[in-house]
Design a protein around this ligand. Structure first.
Ligand code: PEP
Ligand code: MN
Length: 356
């Protein structure tokens, strides 16, 4: 990264950018209140930092030693205080601040009536953002794949319901982009593009979604280390899109495994991620637990360790849901989660600020 002098001129900044581009690298430009920092995207060994550091207007040129650079606190600490995160703005909702954000809705959008009723009830419970799958990642080709998989007309219809339900109840909406070809279609209808756990490693999908410029909810793969999780999120950010919300949703444990929960929620990842990057991180207890009786406890824990919000699968009648019925909670139960975690957040946020 190249830190420019406070008084560096635009011409000097442009000269540095040209020099970097000449070596086949791309740039990320961050303009702080006082100075500009230029991040390098690509193979840094192709360029001489000694030469860059003596260019006019350059204060310092140094390598960032992590595989993720643009999202690391090393790169951003000039702009964002330690422990403060980037605020991702989606409509009137702010993700990454002191107040937790709640994303709720069904696993899959099944009908207009279903998504409208759930939207009304989760809004009543205090949710800020509506979720609902249109293209579902499923282990079996014989399972319901989501309405979107039935064809473009069906996808547009379901996306239209999701968007209309969000408008009716004043909530931004989110759905998963499971394949590259779905990106622009989904982008026409929703506010947040979700990358599912199974696609965390799909570089081309990440770049394509990044280029839409829309906020992205980026889920951790169940086999990914924290370093991989953060490194792959940088494929989105490298397209000039820093509106990425990270999401911990459970991993497969090393060793004997565990048959009591669907995955193992890695709560330690939350404070680690907050130290490593300025991107906000939220937690999905639904897919981690796989069972509704654990959602309250796991939600409380997630907010206590510093998650900026929760994604919770919710249905007025969980038993009738086609996908993930076992882990859905009702809007009434969601309200208890929201009320309790809002109180927990006030206490832990107060002390976190004090000790940091
Ligand atoms: C989902 O949120 O709908 C989902 C399928 O989750 P994950 O990608 O975490 O399994
Ligand atoms: Mn689900």
């Amino acid at each position: 990264m190249i830190i420019m002098e406070k008084g560096a001129t635009q011409e000097q900044i442009n000269d540095v950018i040209d020099e970097i581009k000449k070596h086949g690298l791309r740039v990320d430009i961050s303009r702080g209140e006082f100075r500009t920092v230029i991040g390098l995207i690509g193979d840094e060994s192709k360029i001489s930092f000694a030469n860059l550091s003596i260019m006019p207007g350059v204060k310092e040129a140094r390598m960032v030693e992590t595989p993720y650079k643009l999202i690391s606190r090393d790169y951003s600490d000039l702009f964002i205080n330690k422990d403060e995160s980037r605020i991702v703005k989606v409509g009137d909702v702010r993700i990454g601040g002191d107040d937790p954000v709640f994303i709720a809705g069904p696993c899959a959008v099944e009908s207009r009536e279903q998504i409208f009723r759930i939207a009304r009830e989760v809004k009543g419970a205090g949710a800020h953002i509506l979720r609902g799958g249109i293209y579902k990642p499923r282990s079996s080709v014989h399972s319901f794949q989501g309405l979107g998989s039935q064809g473009e007309a069906e996808a547009r219809e379901a996306l239209g319901w999701l968007r209309a339900a969000g408008r009716e109840y004043d909530m931004p909406v989110m759905t998963e982009v499971r394949g590259e070809y779905q990106t622009e279609l989904i982008g026409e209808y929703v506010d947040i593009l979700q990358i599912g756990a199974r696609n965390m490693y799909d570089q081309d999908l990440l770049s394509r979604v990044g280029r839409t410029g829309k906020p992205v909810l980026f889920k951790r793969h169940f086999g990914a280390s924290i370093e991989e999780f953060l490194s792959f999120s940088e494929y989105i950010v490298a397209e000039g899109n820093k509106d990425v919300i990270l999401c911990e949703r459970g991993i497969v444990p090393v060793g004997k495994g565990n048959s009591y929960t669907r995955y193992t929620l890695d709560l330690g990842a939350v404070p680690v991620v907050r130290r490593e990057t300025y991107l906000p991180i939220i937690v999905d207890p639904s897919h981690a637990a796989g069972r509704r009786d654990l959602i309250f406890d796991m939600s409380c824990a997630a907010i206590a360790v510093g998650a900026h919000g929760l994604v919770i699968e919710t249905h007025y009648n969980p038993k009738e849901a086609i996908v993930d019925a076992k882990q859905m909670i009702t809007p009434g139960e969601l309200k208890d989660v929201i009320d309790a975690t809002n109180q927990i957040s006030k206490i832990t946020t107060f002390y976190r600020k004090k000790i940091n």
